[in-house]
Design a protein around this ligand. Structure first.
Ligand code: HEM
Length: 494
């Protein structure tokens, strides 16, 4: 996206030390004191929670990322060349993660009528009333999901979001009452693109950047820096390796799923070599789900019975599946958009079976990959965008005394490395703390994301922006002519 800007230089040791200042320290203390590491469903956590964005949008963001990026050989050990990073699928918001390459090429994703998507086993917690299936899976000993992108089975929240899209498609087929698959697919895609542009984006990038880039209903987005220049639309590395990894900071340590399944079983479980007590179900832990299937939300396995998600626990405006537990604070908020990742993200399950410690610590992975791919510094990007760059004092300061000390020490331990030279991902997160009050991204991060997403939709000749810019959503919604994630879920469940 900014090919003329020089790559920012760092050392591996400096980036690994910076990553160490990006994790929540209290976790270890709570484990030591035998206190729960998270709060219960009826408690707030103002230090960490972002009341402005419900937790479901974290995983909607991940789902969208998987729709547009696909790097089948993600490995730090591979030669990292930004120009060689190929997207093996279409970098469009076309839900190819859901549709694969369609009923003719991938019939195993579809029903015999070649119209409806196949669903998996019903896992509902209320058999009498609802129907909430798992992803369709094969019968091998590890029940692999049958879907267009295996990453959508990576955790049990994104996998159920995927299933919701399968059900949404089926509901559209039944509602339109047509045998025209492409018409149904277009209806699904255009409503999804609308949600991305007008429900998801303003929440993540903030109203000011949204109004500056998207303008009105998005017919003519103001795109100054993302320029596919007559080539096929592409995903810039500044987006995939820095700005769009903002989502890693929104991840909560743990979640409740529905009015019955609020806690992990066992609630005390091994975590980083000790026993940790959880009030909700940890997003990840190293407990093997083959032994303890109810311990965590690790993916790549069959959804346990009764673990179907009630989306009222994750999105605002969704009709709940029955009365929630007394005092429950719903939807669960996401975590702040800040320079902090929760502790479970230091201990990712190592699906690549490579026991390299660093591979499991997400902040280090992100910083190292950004460096190896030659990203420019945050300051260089800000200046290129004609914005005032944050100073070192602002960037390496923190409202938290311990973190302030650790970040100050970084500048001393690695002299000259970070002066006027912050890794783009870190810069964008610190900017969110300062300019967005940790509730949304600031101008540099927000502009990269808004321009790339609006640009991808505009460049896709099948999108509503290209085909019919004045199109408005047609499916039932709370506000006529608008369509939100809550509308999609209420319509699908209705
Ligand atoms: C459930 C929590 C999540 C985990 C455990 C996770 C883990 C990972 C890992 C291991 C990588 C590869 C890192 C590398 O080798 O460079 C990655 C990449 C990425 N993640 Fe996440 N992630 C999570 C959630 C999210 C969310 C919520 C978003 C955005 C909203 C996101 C955006 C990205 C992006 C854009 C990439 C780069 C993809 C590419 O270059 O193709 N992730 N994530």
């Amino acid at each position: 996206m900014f090919r003329n800007l020089p790559s920012a230089a760092f050392t591996e040791a400096a980036l690994v030390d910076l990553a160490k200042t990006m994790f929540q320290g209290e976790f270890a203390e709570k484990i030591k004191d035998h206190e729960p590491v998270d709060v219960a469903l009826n408690e707030r956590e103002p230090e960490d929670e972002n009341p402005a964005i419900p937790a479901g949008f974290t995983y909607f963001g991940q789902f969208l990322d998987h729709d547009i990026t696909f790097d089948p050989a993600s490995s730090l050990d591979r030669f990292n060349d930004p120009n060689a990073l190929q997207d093996f699928r279409t970098p469009r918001l076309d839900l190819d993660s859901v549709y694969g390459s369609g009923p003719a090429d991938q019939p195993f994703l579809y029903d015999d009528d070649e119209l409806h998507m196949l669903l998996g086993t019903d896992k509902d917690f209320d058999k009498a009333r609802n129907k909430r299936p798992d992803l369709p899976r094969n019968n091998a000993s590890i029940r692999r999901a049958l879907l267009g992108d295996k990453r959508n089975d990576e955790n049990l929240i994104v996998s159920q979001l995927h299933t919701t899209f399968l059900r949404f498609h089926n509901k559209v087929v039944d509602t339109l009452g047509t045998r025209d698959f492409e018409l149904c697919q277009q209806t699904v895609r255009w409503h999804y693109q609308w949600i991305v542009l007008h429900d998801f984006l303003p929440r993540i990038i903030g109203q000011e950047t949204y109004e500056r880039v998207i303008v009105g209903r998005g017919e003519k987005p103001v795109i100054r820096f993302y320029n596919p220049q007559g080539r096929y639309a592409f995903i810039p590395v500044e987006f995939s390796v820095a700005a769009y990894r903002y989502g890693h900071t929104m991840v909560r340590p743990s979640y409740s799923l529905n009015r019955i399944v609020t806690k992990a079983r066992p609630d005390e479980q091994p975590f980083n070599g000790k026993m940790a007590k959880f009030n909700r179900i940890p997003i990840f832990s190293l407990t093997d789900v083959a032994q303890e299937p109810l311990a965590n939300l690790n993916g790549f396995r069959e959804l346990p019975d009764f673990w179907s998600i009630d989306w009222a626990f994750f999105f605002d405006g969704v009709a709940p599946d029955g009365a929630p537990p007394p005092g429950a604070i719903l939807p669960q908020p996401s975590y702040k958009l800040d320079t902090l990742l929760v502790d479970p993200l230091t201990s990712l399950p190592d699906h690549q079976r490579e026991p390299i410690k660093i591979r499991r610590a997400l902040a280090a992975l992100n910083l190292l990959r950004g460096w190896r791919l030659g990203l420019p510094s945050g300051q260089a990007v800000a200046r290129h965008m004609e914005m005032e760059a944050l100073s070192d004092e602002q960037l390496f300061d923190s409202e938290d005394a311990d973190r302030k000390e650790a970040r100050g020490k970084l500048l001393i331990d690695h002299p000259g490395i970070f002066n006027g030279n912050a890794p783009l991902w870190f810069y964008i997160l610190r900017e969110a703390e300062i300019a967005g009050n940790s509730q949304h991204l600031g101008p540099v991060g927000g502009t990269i994301i808004a321009e790339v997403i609006a640009g991808l939709i505009r460049e896709d000749r099948h999108s509503f922006l290209a085909q019919w810019p004045k199109w408005r959503p047609t499916l039932p919604s709370a506000v006529a002519g608008h369509f939100t994630m809550a509308d999609l879920i209420n319509f699908t469940n209705g």
